[in-house]
Design a protein around this ligand. Structure first.
Ligand code: ASP
Length: 333
């Protein structure tokens, strides 16, 4: 029996998602997410007392497509207050998988707490045959209670893998191995209740970022413009005219048509920060590759997906509008 973390205090912030979903008994589809309380989910874990002293709160009961930046800001403030109370050794956030990667990266860049913060969710509702939520939740609690999880920033525990919030994404729309680190892989694995780490990200996070959103009520408005064959360049104009900055989800190396490039040059010259990312799930948009960033005044997203590039750009804009400084942040985080 695994006893190592007994006495550690882990607090769960529950936001809903499929992990709390309820549907027809035995089936994996056609369910309602975010129904069961965190109390009910923890009650369903017979070995939880061997792992940690667990408390929890029902922060929200949402499908994660309804998560907003207001939830992000409130959760960061909540974790900060809980950490400063001195009563907890680690935190778990239950979250729907659809937008988990965006929330995780936001917390990774903004939470100022050295204790582990672990996100998890599930692909099958709690009422399905072989629901994946119970093991994901139990292993997240074990990870949040562990000393090994410290120093990695925000983590995601899912399907027996441990992922950095920076690199994690949803890679399958319904199977239980839905969460992946893509090219960057896993940081480690969960074997029952024991985390085993093999890798560490060199990108800065949590205590080592310049982003402090405590007390902030609103983040800058950033849109993602998706390029595709025949995409009209008025899309760029519309989004540029209604937002403070843009992420361009280009093709390949982050490339777009000549008509889109012309509009990007126009808006960048007017001082609108523009980051080039790619719709290709793996690989990297290198500075100057595919398009002349120096000449255009644009920023290259590197390995960050368009959605994660948006998160970093929102935070970058709380510090600067200068494309050179924003590029340095994309290189650092
Ligand atoms: N639609 C759900 C959500 O993101 C899917 C899930 O939790 O896996 O809340």
């Amino acid at each position: 029996m695994m006893q190592a973390n007994r006495g550690k205090r882990v607090h769960i912030i529950a936001t809903g998602g499929t992990i709390a979903g309820v549907g027809e008994a035995g089936f994996t589809g056609g369910y309602q997410p975010g129904v069961l309380s965190i109390g009910r989910l923890v009650e369903g874990l017979p070995t939880v007392e061997q792992v940690a002293d667990v408390t929890g709160e029902q922060f929200a009961s949402l499908n994660s497509d309804d998560i907003t930046q207001a939830h992000w800001l409130a959760i960061v403030n909540r974790i900060q207050a809980l950490w400063e109370s001195g009563r907890y050794d680690g935190f778990v956030i239950t979250h729907g998988t659809d937008t988990l990667e965006e929330s995780a990266y936001f917390f990774h860049l903004t939470v100022k707490c050295p204790a582990p913060v672990v996100l998890t969710g599930a692909m099958r509702p709690a009422t399905a045959t072989s629901a994946d939520g119970p093991l994901n939740l139990l292993q997240s609690i074990a990870l949040a209670a562990s000393d090994q999880a410290r120093g990695h920033g925000v983590l995601v525990a899912f399907n027996e893998g441990i992922y950095s919030a920076r690199d994690v994404r949803k890679g399958n729309s319904f199977r239980t191995h839905a969460i992946t680190g893509g090219d960057m892989g896993t940081l480690g694995i969960m074997r029952d209740l024991s985390p085993v780490f093999y890798h560490r990200s060199l990108k800065k996070h949590t205590l080592d970022t310049e982003f402090d959103v405590r007390g902030m009520e609103r983040l800058p408005d950033v849109a993602v413009a998706s390029f595709h064959v025949d995409a009209r360049s008025e899309i760029v104009d519309y989004l540029a005219g209604t937002h403070q900055a843009l992420v361009i989800e280009g093709a390949g190396d982050g490339q777009v048509s000549r008509s889109w490039e012309e509009r990007m040059r126009y808006w960048a010259a007017k001082g609108l920060p523009i980051v080039r990312a790619t719709r290709v799930p793996d690989g990297s948009v290198y500075r100057g590759a595919g398009m002349p960033d120096d000449e255009m005044g644009t920023v290259a997203a590197g390995t960050l997906s368009p959605e994660k590039a948006r998160v970093l750009l929102m935070l970058a804009l709380t510090r600067t509008k200068d494309p050179g400084q924003i590029q340095a942040m994309f290189d650092r985080y």
